[in-house]
Every structure is written in C-alpha cells, then in structure tokens.
Ligand binder design. Structure first.
Ligand SMILES: *Cc1c(COP(=O)(O)O)cnc(C)c1O
Length: 353
C-alpha cells in the first residue's frame, strides 16, 4: 500500500534520541533551546517558543494576545484552528475560501466589524495565503494576525517565510512535513508576546513558585526537540521531493477532463503538505468511486476536509460558505510525500486516467 503520509526517521534522529535518554535530562534542557534557535533562524524571526502540539501553539499564541472578541478564520481546515479560538476566549467567524482552498480576502473584508479582533488565516496544504492582501487588511483595521502554518513549514510569500508575518503556529505531528512525534512551535518578532507564551507554556511560572499568569503545561520535551533538530536539517530535501512529485502529477493531470489540479500563486512557494485535486461532475465516475479504484491498486488517498467547520454540529454556525461546502464534496488528496517515487506516481496517474 502507498500510504497518504509517512514520516522519515533516519539514524541521525535515533542517535539524537539516545543521547537525550543517556543524558537524563528529559525536559526543559538544551535541546529545546537549540531547536527554538534553529527554528527562528529557519523562519526568519527573532523568537520561537516550542510547545507540545500545533493545537497548543494556536491556543498559546491566541491567549498571549488576550483575544476576547471575534476572530475571522476559514471553515476549510483542521478543527484545531477553530477550537483554539474558543479555548482562548474568542468567537469564531468563518469566511469562505477561494479556488486555492485558502481564506478569500473579499470574504474576510465582508466579515470585518467593530467586534473583529484578529484574523487567523491557514496556509492550507502548504500553500501560502496572499499575505500582501491580508497584511493590508490587518494594518487598515489594526487587527492581530495569528497564522496557522501547521501545514506550511518552509512555505514563502514574496520572499518572506510564512509564520513571520504575525504570530506563526506550527505542528510537528507525524503526517506534517517534519515531525517530532507530537510537538508545535510559535514564531514571532514580539518580545512581550514571547514572554507571555513562555509563561502560558509553563504554568505561568516566572521564577520558581512565582506564578504571574494562569498557565498550562504545554511544554515540549527534550526527546521531541532532539528529533526536531535533525528533521529541520533535512527539511529542504523533503520539500524538494514533495514539490517534484506534485509538479509531475500536475503536468500529467492538467488536461484530464473533470480533474482540477492545485493552483500555485506566482508570488508564493508552495511546500505541498498535501496534493489535493478536485473531482468535478465532468469526471466519468464519482470521487468516492475513484478513491475505491485507487485503493484496489494499493494507493491510499484521503478527503481533507469532508465537512467544512461551519457545517459541524459542534459549531452550529449559520454562516454560508458555498465554496468550502462545494469543494469539500470534490477534493481528494493523493500521496506525494518524499517516499513516493515516479513509479508510484505513474500508477496513480494510470488509475485516474
Ligand atoms: C495539524 C494541524 C493542526 C494541529 O496540530 P497538532 O499538532 O495535531 O495539534 C492545526 N491546524 C492545522 C491546519 C493542522 O493541519
């Protein structure tokens, strides 16, 4: 079976973990600090705060901004994006997506009111949002910007890495472009936000038993950080292979009737966390039938995301997001991770064609 995702763990990661285990320092040691410093350098920010997951990165960064009112986000994302707004004390407002599957600037504009406090765009599937347009809105309305870059490590918009425009939130879950098992990171240039994030991460403790904030335990451990340091050294080659695989599929699928290949913004560098096509009515069989045919040939595929968040019972929103609702019925993600080779891609193409 060709899986939809597969982490790549080498001898370097195994050695690094052994070293941590032998050192006896399993948390809050030098590995976390080193991983933070290397990550800051990679993203191009002053500060990084390592946490326990992408979800806790989002919660921590929103909490650090004291969100109390409305946060505009996309309904076409993993549920943590929206949940974190609620956990931080804010209210979700969903703005529909564009053909790149990212939040649509016009729809954001329509949703901005006096109650709007922040925008939380998601660089979905590794494809950067149009940050020029988003930054213009952020500046015009003096809004807070938190970026969900959980799928977009290394993605660039106009020479700037995503996660460096506002407070960036990253995930190192095993399916992501790099992993630490479980883990997350917040990136920022703001010293005050950094200080607050560090407090929230570590039960609000400034120095021993001096509690200055109501905090959590969202710390990253040394074992995860040691894996992260090694993964970060390899991220360039991982991204290169993902892009190569993705562009190969796009070239061969571009003219297939009923298939819509992923779009790339000319000003952006897409890191293809997912390669997601749309199966429209013009394709001879349904999306679910195609998924079944792929499965019969040993190819895993997945639907990200089958239900837009505005349609979830949990959110019970009455907002209309027609693009998200339509695309959720058409999307299918295909395996393009670094372990997929040209032979696998040709098999995928043969089934689709
Ligand atoms: C993975 C992901 C998260 C959550 O990250 P975890 O590490 O699984 O908590 C949040 N948002 C998006 C868009 C994600 O893909």
């Amino acid at each position: 079976m060709i899986p939809i995702a597969k982490p790549i763990i080498g001898e370097e990661e195994i050695e690094a973990v052994k070293e941590v285990l032998k050192s006896g320092i399993l948390t809050q040691g030098k590995k976390v600090k080193e991983f933070e410093e290397r990550f800051s350098e990679y993203v191009g920010v002053k500060y990084s705060i390592a946490v326990s997951s992408g979800t806790t990165a989002l919660i921590t960064s929103l909490l650090s901004h004291n969100i109390r009112k409305e946060v505009i986000t996309t309904p076409f994302t993993f549920i943590s994006t929206a949940n974190s707004i609620i956990f931080a004390g804010g209210k979700t407002v969903f703005a529909d997506i564009n053909e790149e599957f990212n939040i649509d600037i016009e729809r954001i504009n329509e949703k901005i009111t006096k109650k709007t406090e922040a925008i939380l765009p998601v660089h979905l599937f590794g494809n950067p949002c149009n940050m020029k347009e988003i930054m213009d809105l952020v500046e015009d309305h003096s809004l807070i910007l938190v970026e969900d870059a959980c799928q977009a490590h290394g993605a660039v918009f106009e020479n700037k890495k995503v996660g460096s425009f506002g407070a960036g939130c990253f995930s190192f879950y095993p399916t992501k472009n790099i992993t630490t098992g479980e883990g997350g990171m917040i990136t920022t240039d703001d010293e005050k936000i950094t200080e607050k994030c560090r407090l929230i991460r570590n039960i609000g403790m400034k120095s021993q038993y001096e509690y200055v904030y109501l905090g959590y335990n969202f710390r990253m451990n040394e074992i995860s950080a040691a894996i992260g340091i090694e993964q970060l050294k390899k991220i360039g080659s991982f991204i290169e292979k993902r892009r190569k695989n993705s562009l190969y599929l796009t070239k061969k699928l571009k003219n297939v009737r009923g298939i819509v290949t992923p779009r790339e913004n000319k000003k952006a560098f897409h890191v293809y966390h997912q390669y997601t096509i749309r199966i429209t009515d013009e394709y001879p069989i349904s999306r679910d039938q195609l998924q079944q045919k792929l499965k019969e040939k040993g190819i895993a595929s997945k639907i990200y995301y089958p239900i837009p968040l505005n349609k979830l019972r949990l959110y019970n929103s009455n907002e209309k997001c027609p693009n998200a609702e339509r695309f959720s019925k058409e999307v299918l993600s295909l395996p393009i991770h670094p372990s997929v080779d040209e032979k696998d891609l040709d098999l995928i193409l043969k089934v689709i064609k």
